[in-house]
Design a protein around this ligand. Structure first.
Ligand code: ZN
Length: 531
């Protein structure tokens, strides 16, 4: 009789679970013998998760005056992932990106590797994990984007998915500083995200973001970050990070494959710049004051570094009739510099070399960084064992490389072989991916700059019979460490009999310089109009 009555009520519940009076629910006990040994009150609670389109019930049990739920049933009802290791009596609940591990007879809960202490033990009964419902609600509210509300009067647990679109952050220590990864379910563009330092806090303000401030602020801190505070201010989510020290700079990196983005807080320069910091006074260290004006100023093209490849003991590539790359690229670089000085008197030109000397690769970018340059242009000529190889191409720095670019990358990076051993050590252990991540904001500009140069260069070169091989990307040492947009131009193949001949002509060298200059002029105009 009792059983039939229960089923009857159950059917009613399916139809009208949300309005069912709690007192009545309380009387609908299941005679469950599994927990007969415990002083429990076997009961059921209604679960309503309208935004997840879920309605159901959960068995509960009372112990020491607290309600417990069977975690497996909870997961099943709400369609969460679950894994139980019966031998070790551990259960992992997967909610979105969060991994929450409960251990039997233990008050510690592991949330994404972080230990959270609670006041009540989880229980192991009949090979199932039972957890205190109050704790479960608190943990899920704090660490997930769900909003749970337990109404003990109505014996009802409501669960809403908040319209959160920034779901979490992860802070990691890197070689060069601290990296903040921001997880998002919506694509944010660069203009939605403002990076700023206010008082001792570094802020990421995201327009159009919805956050669960509690769960964002609960992320583990490391590196230069000692504390997190998060606020929802109308349509903007503001996440503040208390800094333990000063940062040298910060970079925003939007992930192209997902909605996530990264913010790097640089506390150490990876290459070459350490010396600069060690200098007394260290005035040169470009402390980023982070106001918008300064950010804009960064992109104004007022200082350009022109880098003639190789030099001195490093001849670069050898041509078809043994002409040296270093001797062709120097006049191109000097002609380009003269064009800039003549047509853009407001722009400062700095050469990494203006004569036939050897300069280590790392020093070339250091020269550019020290000068606070906005652009770095490296001029080279190509060569290949295949004497038919021909054409011009422009590279921007990337950890990825076009498959066919490998040879060019190896050739240009081999300049290191001419460097002293103490210089060579600078490149050891340097991670290209990390180095390029540091540059990601610049990479977008570099790519654009490269495309302009290649177009304008081709306008000049196709007339003398040098075809365009297009814009390419590759990991070039000479560009690593540069804190400004940078490109590397391979003007043509000196290993090709025809191209060696025309590249050796002063008239062609002038055309190449003009092509690069036209690209630079267009870039300057476009960038300065955009800011
Ligand atoms: Zn070269």
């Amino acid at each position: 009789m009792r059983r039939r009555k229960f089923l009857y009520y159950c059917n009613l519940l399916v139809a009208a679970v949300s309005i069912w009076p709690g007192k009545l629910l309380g009387r609908m006990s299941l005679s469950n013998t599994r927990f007969a040994g415990l002083a429990t009150k076997d009961d059921r609670i209604s679960v309503i998760a309208a935004s997840l389109q879920i309605e159901g019930q959960l068995a509960t049990m009372e112990k020491w005056g607290y309600l417990y739920v069977n975690l497996a049933e909870f997961a099943q009802t709400l369609h969460f992932g679950i894994y139980t290791n019966e031998e070790r009596r551990k259960t992992v609940l997967y909610v979105g990106q969060e991994r929450i591990t409960f251990s039997a007879d233990n008050t510690f809960i592991n949330v994404n590797g972080q230990i959270v202490q609670t006041t009540l033990e989880s229980l192991w009964l009949d090979n199932h994990m039972w957890v205190p419902l109050d704790h479960l609600v608190a943990i899920l509210n704090k660490y997930t984007t769900l909003n749970l509300n337990l109404n003990k009067e109505l014996n009802q647990l409501s669960i809403e998915r908040t319209d959160v679109n920034v779901t979490g952050i992860k802070i990691a220590e890197k070689d060069n500083g601290t990296m903040i990864q921001v997880f998002a379910t919506k694509k944010f563009s660069e203009k939605d995200i403002v990076l700023d330092i206010r008082y001792n806090y570094f802020h990421i303000d995201i327009f159009g973001a919805k956050i669960n401030p509690q769960s964002i602020a609960a992320a583990a801190t490391t590196g230069i970050i000692s504390k997190i505070e998060a606020f929802q201010l109308g349509e903007t989510a503001s996440i503040g990070f208390r800094l333990k020290g000063e940062i040298l700079g910060r970079d925003l990196v939007l992930n192209t494959d997902s909605n996530d983005f990264y913010v790097n807080l640089r506390t150490r320069e990876v290459l070459g710049v350490e010396e600069e910091q060690a200098q007394p006074g260290g005035e040169q260290t470009q402390k980023v004051k982070d106001d918008l004006d300064q950010q804009k100023k960064k992109w104004l093209v007022d200082t350009v570094v022109i880098d003639a490849g190789h030099g001195g003991k490093d001849s670069g590539a050898l041509g078809y009739s043994k002409i040296k790359e270093k001797d062709i690229v120097l006049p191109i670089a000097l002609t380009l510099g003269a064009l800039v000085q003549k047509n853009m008197p407001e722009v400062r030109v700095i050469y990494t070399r203006d004569r036939d000397v050897f300069i280590p690769l790392w020093k070339r970018t250091k020269i550019a960084n020290d000068a606070g340059a906005n652009l770095f242009i490296s001029v080279h000529c190509n060569s290949n064992l295949n004497r038919n190889a021909n054409g011009s191409e422009t590279y921007f720095l990337s950890a990825d490389k076009d498959t066919k670019a490998t040879e060019v990358v190896l050739k240009e990076n081999s300049a290191i072989e001419f460097e002293e051993s103490e210089d060579k050590q600078r490149y050891e252990g340097l991670n290209f991916i990390l180095a390029t991540m540091l540059q990601s904001v610049n990479i977008k500009h570099s790519q654009y700059f490269a495309s302009l140069i290649q177009n304008f260069l081709n306008d000049k070169l196709e007339k003398v019979g040098i075809v365009s091989r297009g814009v390419k990307q590759g990991p070039f040492w000479v560009m690593v460490g540069a804190t400004m947009p940078n490109v590397l131009i391979e003007a043509g193949y000196i290993s090709n009999k025809h191209e060696e001949r025309i590249l050796s002509q002063t008239s062609t060298q002038k055309k190449i310089a003009e092509g690069i200059f036209n690209g630079l002029r267009q870039y300057k105009e476009d960038i300065e109009n955009a800011i």
